[in-house]
Design a protein around this ligand. Structure first.
Ligand code: SF4
Ligand code: SF4
Length: 386
């Protein structure tokens, strides 16, 4: 049985969040005195520089509340995060983190140096190059923001640990694990490696910011902020995500990181074996949360014919940059793991996409600062919809 703490939390008020989070940690059996004399990694979601009200990044006040609990109990909080496209220092500044960092005395780790984390017990992927800074901490507090996601349906505790892989190296993983199902298995392997792969095992706590989340086209600038007003805490990333998905009124069967996590018993093996303490899911459930618009051909898996360009062009949405919104910044081209994006041909002021090469990872859409990329249905999707 995995225990998950769920609490109502109407806003980002420092005092009330701190009280709720401290209560939640105690509720799942964590004694805050464990922080004493320890280096404690704080791993927020800092996808890109963004104002907190857009609900793309973990709210800085949320991170500040957790850091406050760590310092008050004699621990030393260190932010360890590596945005895909931008330097951490600039991202923290533009996402309004500096005030909290200074006030709470939070160290910001240098994430440039990497190390190899090898865990032979992982199912498919066993070797990961992660930020070396993680090796020097005793406890990791994962601070995900709950949002919809184009590949994994939602992003929460399991997916947020993807940020332990530095910068643009993340996009290489999209190429290696190029279908939603495969990518989800990779994320679960990474979660297991972080739990068991270090020489000295680290305790990982998951404290989720589900106060203002993102619905529709998350997790980047195309997503829409949606208030859920919840804090969710647990020691199993899969169990925390499972509770969050149910609070949002979504179907856990659509979240491969949850169903796959149950299959490998990553802290929990079914929704029935999660003991929810604090408030019950029904009390906080929202009934009008709008899921992502992506179609998810996940059931076809990573094998032929699902991995062919023909299949993808027929059955999955393609990312299409729109003239007018696009500023030709080419961040999409930099992040594209498939090399499917080229310069504008001059006829239209947008990058040129090669849909034979595109693997439908939707990184370009996620990262586009102008929300200039929309999704167009595949040819047979129109027929099926009709
Ligand atoms: S589509 Fe977006 S990311 Fe790509 S060039 Fe245009 S504005 Fe930049
Ligand atoms: S074009 Fe966009 S969706 Fe296609 S592979 Fe490149 S980044 Fe991924």
């Amino acid at each position: 049985m995995s225990r998950v703490f769920l609490s109502r939390c109407p806003d980002y008020d420092h005092g009330s969040m701190k009280k709720i989070i401290a209560g939640g940690l105690a509720g799942i059996g964590f004694d805050p005195r464990e922080f004493r004399g320890k280096r404690v990694a704080l791993k927020p979601n800092l996808l890109m520089p963004s104002k907190p009200e857009r609900a793309i990044v973990t709210h800085p006040a949320f991170v500040g509340a957790v850091a406050g609990i760590v310092t008050e109990n004699g621990g030393h909080p260190v932010i360890i995060e590596s945005p895909a496209m931008t330097a951490l220092a600039g991202t923290l500044k533009k996402s309004d983190y500096m005030d909290v960092i200074e006030r709470q005395g939070i160290e910001v780790a240098d994430v440039a140096e990497t190390m190899v984390l090898f865990y032979k017990g992982s199912r498919r992927y066993k070797r990961f190059e992660i930020s070396r800074a993680l090796d020097g901490v005793d406890i990791i507090i994962n601070l995900p923001k709950f949002k919809t996601h184009g590949i994994t349906y939602v992003t929460g505790a399991v997916k947020n640990l993807f940020g332990t892989i530095p910068g643009l190296d993340k996009s290489k993983w999209h190429m290696k694990a190029s279908t939603p199902a495969d990518f989800s298995e990779f994320l679960l392997d990474l979660n297991e490696a972080l739990l068991h792969g270090f020489e000295k095992r680290k305790r990982i706590l998951h404290v989720m910011d589900a106060i203002v989340t993102q619905e529709k086209d998350g997790p980047g600038p195309s997503g829409t902020p949606k208030k859920i007003g919840a804090v969710i805490i647990g020691e199993s990333s899969v169990a925390v995500d499972c509770v969050a998905v149910q609070v949002a009124g979504l179907d856990i069967e659509k979240v491969h990181t949850i169903t796959g996590g149950f299959r490998r018993n990553l802290g929990v093996d079914s929704a029935e074996n999660i003991e929810v303490i604090g408030e019950q899911i029904e009390a906080l459930a929202v009934h009008d949360f709008i899921p992502t618009t992506h179609s998810f051909m996940t059931s076809f898996g990573a094998r032929w014919p699902a991995n062919t360009a023909f299949f993808k062009n027929m059955f999955t949405e393609k990312p299409v940059p729109e003239e007018g919104n696009c500023t030709l910044c080419y961040q999409c081209r930099i992040i594209c793991p498939a090399g499917a994006i080229g310069d504008s041909d001059g006829k239209k002021k947008v990058p040129v996409y090669d849909y034979q090469k595109c693997i439908r990872c939707y990184c370009c859409k996620e990262i586009c600062p102008k929300a200039a990329i929309s999704l167009k249905r595949g040819r047979l999707q129109w027929v099926l919809a009709f």
